[in-house]
Structures are given as C-alpha cells and as structure tokens.
Ligand binder design. Structure first.
Ligand SMILES: CC(C)NC(=O)[C@H](Cc1c[nH]c2ccccc12)NC(=O)[C@H](CCCC/N=C(/NCCC(=O)O)S[C@H]1O[C@H](COP(=O)(O)OP(=O)(O)OC[C@H]2O[C@@H](n3cnc4c(N)ncnc43)[C@H](O)[C@@H]2O)[C@@H](O)[C@H]1O)NC(=O)OCc1ccccc1
Ligand SMILES: [Zn+2]
Length: 281
C-alpha cells in the first residue's frame, strides 16, 4: 500500500453480509434455492415480471432495513484523500468498483463526507463521490422498459400489489413458492410514459455499467483489494488478473478460499468487517 499510486477495491456480496444482506452463493446464500438465471435475466422478466418484481421487492426490503458496516466505512475512509495519504502516501487515485446493488457503500461515503466535510480534494486526487462505480446498477433505481427514464425510488413498496408480496421470498428455503400473480397493469410503471418499469440493475446477459471507466481503472491500477466476492461472475471476475498482468499487486479479503487466492500477493482470510478495520485503523 505504501508504494501504491492507483488503488482500486473490487467488492462483492461478502462486503454487505454483516449488514444483513444475504449473499448469493455461499452457505446461507440467497440463491441456494433459487436459480439466479431464473430471476436476474431479461428473459425471466419478459416471461414473469410479477415474480421478478417480487424478488426485487424482497431485496429492496432487505436493503432498506440494512446499514453500512465497518468494512463499508473503512473503504469510504480510504476514498478521502487526507486519510488515504496516511496508509498510501504515494496514492494518486482510489476507486471502489462494486458488484453490489444495495447502495450501502454510497451511504457510508455520504455519511462520512457529512461528518468530515472533506468534499474538496487537493490537486490530482479524485473527488470522493466519483470514487464509487456501481457496475451492476442500483436496487433503488426504477427504469422504464420503453422510454428509458430512470428514477431512484426508496419507497418500501413501489406499488400496492407488491406490499402484499412480502412473504414471497421471506424464507428462501421455499422461496418463490408463495408467489402471488400480479397483473402487469398493477406492477411498477414508468412515471414518464406509464410503460412497465423494471429494476435499474444489470441482469445476466446485459452489459455492465461504466465498462470504459472500469477498463481504464483496471489498466492504471497498481493495487487491487478484492473484498467479499466469489469471483464467479464476469467481467468482474477478470479484474484481479487484469491488474496482475501489468505488474499490479492483488490482495484478497474473504472468509473462504476463492478462485483467485493462488495468484494473489496477499490473502486476508476472515470477515472483512473485522479484518479491514484492524488493517486500516
Ligand atoms: C454465472 C456466470 C457464469 N455468468 C456470467 O459471468 C455472465 C457471463 C456469462 C454467461 N454465461 C457464461 C458462461 C461462462 C462464463 C461467463 C458467462 N456475466 C454476465 O452476463 C455479465 C453481467 C453480470 C451481472 C449480473 N448481475 C448481477 N447482479 C445484479 C443483479 C442482482 O443482483 O440481482 S451479478 C451478482 O452475482 C454476483 C454474485 O457474486 P458475489 O458478489 O461474489 O457473491 P457470492 O455470494 O457469490 O460470494 C460472496 C463471497 O463473499 C464471501 N464472504 C461472505 N461473507 C463475508 C465476509 N463477512 N467477509 C468477507 N468475505 C465474505 C464468501 O466466501 C464468497 O466468496 C455479483 O456480481 C452480483 O452483482 N454481462 C456480460 O458478461 O456482458 C458481456 C460483456 C462483458 C464485458 C464487457 C462488455 C459486455
Ligand atoms: Zn417510460
């Protein structure tokens, strides 16, 4: 870290695990009983928008009740130039590339900025707010399937029909079995043109957001911290090897061994919400 100039963090569901957001694949992963491709794809939405909206209603409900944890806070702190300088005196840029759609990293940074009023950055160091790249979209964005308009909406239920769907996915052992059939006319609609709306997230088979910026960051990075991801979904799963290829260092933070460990320079086994605060007090 002391030698690093351009630092990126790649985060996955493990970063938000301690905030009560179920992960996807490990032990109590959300998708143990649900085939992800049956819910997070344009095809699934076209075939059964009612079920897919009930799934994202469940995810929104979980995320609305969640708060950033210590790992989110440390990563937010690292994006503040004055603090970054302490752990990486040669740092010129710091970015978080997150696969998470829960918005907890932005929430952590906003509350830290309020607390530290550290909005203005010295010359050449990135403005904190722009340091978060949500490559798979945002759970609370509602996007029109026709006109493309997209608004953030954090209301507990986007439409009356969904407020009755709370237990469709409550206990994921038999998730989906309590599915209620919501007619399309009663599903979330676009506020501009009234067409059917969809969650503002990137589904499998869709191109992730900000890929040009991400490719530029991966190319420039000389240090990547890979936090709480199983590295099973691409292109995110290729970023660490991308940094390694041009001589950058790779550090992994995970409770379990992940596919990238052998080519990592540093492996920190443990819960990121305890390991990161110990490492960056
Ligand atoms: C399943 C996989 C094989 N599929 C893909 O990779 C596909 C491509 C593909 C299709 N078929 C293939 C066949 C072979 C190879 C690839 C493919 N990818 C795509 O379709 C992508 C789009 C993928 C995005 C899909 N949307 C998501 N999310 C948003 C929606 C939603 O969330 O509903 S993906 C979603 O799943 C992934 C889940 O992985 P993780 O976050 O890592 O979570 P997981 O539970 O798996 O792991 C948690 C880890 O944390 C650890 N952990 C737990 N607790 C803690 C703790 N406390 N501390 C530390 N660690 C912890 C655990 O040990 C574990 O290791 C995340 O990316 C997450 O965002 N698009 C694309 O490729 O477009 C072209 C392209 C490419 C490049 C440039 C231009 C165009
Ligand atoms: Zn519209």
């Amino acid at each position: 870290m002391r030698a690093a100039e351009h630092i990126i963090v790649l985060a996955g569901a493990g970063l938000s695990a301690a905030s009560g957001i179920p992960t996807f694949r490990d032990g109590g992963g959300m998708w143990r009983s649900l085939d992800p491709t049956s819910l997070a794809t344009p095809e699934a939405f076209a075939a059964n928008p009612s079920l897919v909206w009930q799934f994202y209603h469940y995810r929104r409900t979980k995320a609305l009740a969640a708060r950033p944890n210590a790992a989110h806070d440390i990563i937010a702190k690292l994006s503040i130039p004055t603090y970054l300088k302490k752990v990486a005196p040669n740092a010129k840029s710091f970015h978080l590339i997150t696969q998470n759609i829960d918005g907890l990293s932005s929430m952590a940074l906003e509350s830290l900025l309020e607390k530290t009023h550290a909005v203005d950055a010295p010359e050449g160091v990135s403005i904190p707010k722009a340091s978060i790249v949500e490559m798979h979209g945002r759970l609370f964005d509602v996007k029109c399937t026709e006109c493309g308009s997209c608004q953030e909406d954090r209301s507990p239920a986007l439409c009356p029909a969904l407020s009755g769907a709370d237990d469709t996915f409550q206990n994921y052992q038999d998730a989906g079995t309590h599915e209620i059939k919501i007619p399309e006319s009663d599903l979330p609609r676009c506020v501009e043109c009234g067409a059917l709306a969809r969650p503002g997230v990137v589904w499998f088979g869709e191109i992730p957001h900000h890929m040009d910026k991400i490719n530029e960051l991966v190319l420039k990075a000389d240090m990547i911290l890979v936090v709480g991801t199983s590295s099973t979904v691409c292109p995110a799963s290729t970023f660490a090897s991308g940094v390694k290829e041009h001589g950058g260092k790779v550090a992994i933070f995970n409770v379990e061994p992940s596919g990238e460990d052998e080519e990592a320079d540093f492996v920190f086994a443990g819960r990121c919400e305890t390991v990161l605060p110990d490492l960056f007090p």
